[in-house]
Ligand binder design. Sequence first.
Ligand code: HEC
Ligand code: HEC
Length: 499
Amino acid sequence: MLNHRVVAVLGVSMVTAFACDVEDVSETADVVVDVALDDAEEFRSGSTPNSLLKSLLVAEVRDLIDENGIEPLEPPAPVSDELFELGEALFYDKILSGNLDVSCSTCHHPRLATTDRLTMNRGVHGVGIGPDRVGAAVGGRTTQPLWNLHKLQKGLAVDHKVPLAADGYVYPLGAPFVPFDWQDEAFDPNMKAAAGQAMMPQVTDQEMLGFPGENDFTTECPQDNPPFELMLCAWGKMMERLGAIPEYVDMFEAAYPGVAFEDMHFAYAGNAIAAYEFRAFFSNDTPWDRFVGRIDPTGGLIPGDDDALSLQQLAGARRFLDPDLGNCTSCHAGNAFTDEDFHKTLQPQFGPGDTVPAGDGPGGLDDFGRMRISGDPDDKYAWRTPPLRNVMLTGPWGRQSHYNDIKDFLRHYRFPVLALLGYDITESVDEVAMHSQFLENRQAIIAEGVDPLLYTVNIGGPFALDNLVQFLHSLSDDNGADFSHLIPLSVPSGLPVDP
Ligand code: HEC
Ligand code: HEC
């Protein structure tokens, strides 16, 4: 980076006339170059030629990419077409919900970039998709997108409620709910966290299962807490439902050659759904990827293209990657933009609280974050760094959809304590129903402390912020938020697919 700083200083001192001695020139010029590289006005005013700015920025961003150890994003391990097709059917089929009213895609909809674009997720009893969904039971967290799940190998969900432990097994909610022999038999080693996760919404009452007394799962299965017996029973009944549909039996047996359907358990379904997610939601064809270089799953490495990013995106990338500027990569690390670790970033709490298995704090409306799973009080109000792929297509932003405006979300990084104290849900959240559900626990969040890394984050002034947002746009696949080509026309159960 130092080399390019020097080149930058020389470059600019050639094009800007300073009437002072040499030392001063380089110091002033360094400042000017920093401003120029970040300043959208500079791009427009043309006082530094855009071609010069661009070559400086390209060189500097390429150095920062190296320093950050960022490589072209590797594709997920290949899966067979038969496994993919089974997973696809299961992902869109409401047969996996107790009341036949919800599929995975109801909340993770391709038309909404694999989310629902709501504050809180809306599960059973509802009709419609995303902001149009009415009548549904409301959950306590925002639906997370499903891009590049092959890069999330330590665990899933914002508190890693589905962790992949060092012993190689998945422990949903910290317990061995998915029997180890099932995991050994059915889970592909590359997809274990996603396969385990894909078995949980069907046995969660508000998401897909339904409530006591509503269907044969909830009337005939024991409603114990802890719910181990309920899960095993409900998974068994789901396999019975699937086994009554000949097309599914054929699909399962084609996906797992040599295993008869009657010897399969629900982990085979979870593994197939993971295979679908890995292949369908692999995102590596964005302006950013074309700049860094792409690995085409069929054709090998396509080298980086200096023209793939706009000037503003380059300036934003520089701030994002540079430890002396944005330092975003201290948490949003690597080419999936997450360290898969937990941080206290002081976002507020609202909504009904995460009720799986029970809400936190007085009244159960709080959410203690990572501590719910780790049990460690130091993890109270710490949250997983989210991956940022397609992030501009999945707003509102934050784990509770705290901000409907990306700039407000990023401004929070400037003075997190003040931002939390000044947070006004009526301004930041469009869904009026949420406005009365703000939890006044701000002092408690602040008392748990803030991640010291946040003090190193510098989002810069208004132009720099614009550039940062443009950089985030460069992480979007080109087809806007519309991935509807992924939606199958029908599923083997014959139930309607959310269009
Ligand atoms: C009612 C809405 C809803 C349904 C239905 C639903 N999900 Fe989710 N999903 C969510 C929410 C909310 C989260 C975030 C949970 C958290 O962080 O605690 C999530 C998280 C996930 C994650 C973790 C993503 C990450 O970045 O960690 C995966 C994977 C996932 N869901 C897959 C599925 C699959 C597969 C199905 C169907 C079997 C499904 N979901 C059904 C709402 C839903
Ligand atoms: C200390 C670690 C840390 C640093 C540094 C950091 N982030 Fe984050 N980021 C997080 C965490 C944790 C969240 C989730 C917070 C929450 O929702 O409670 C997050 C959320 C986000 C989101 C919202 C994602 C979504 O899906 O809603 C964006 C956008 C974002 N960060 C961008 C940035 C940018 C740009 C920078 C640098 C200016 C940055 N972050 C620096 C940890 C960090």
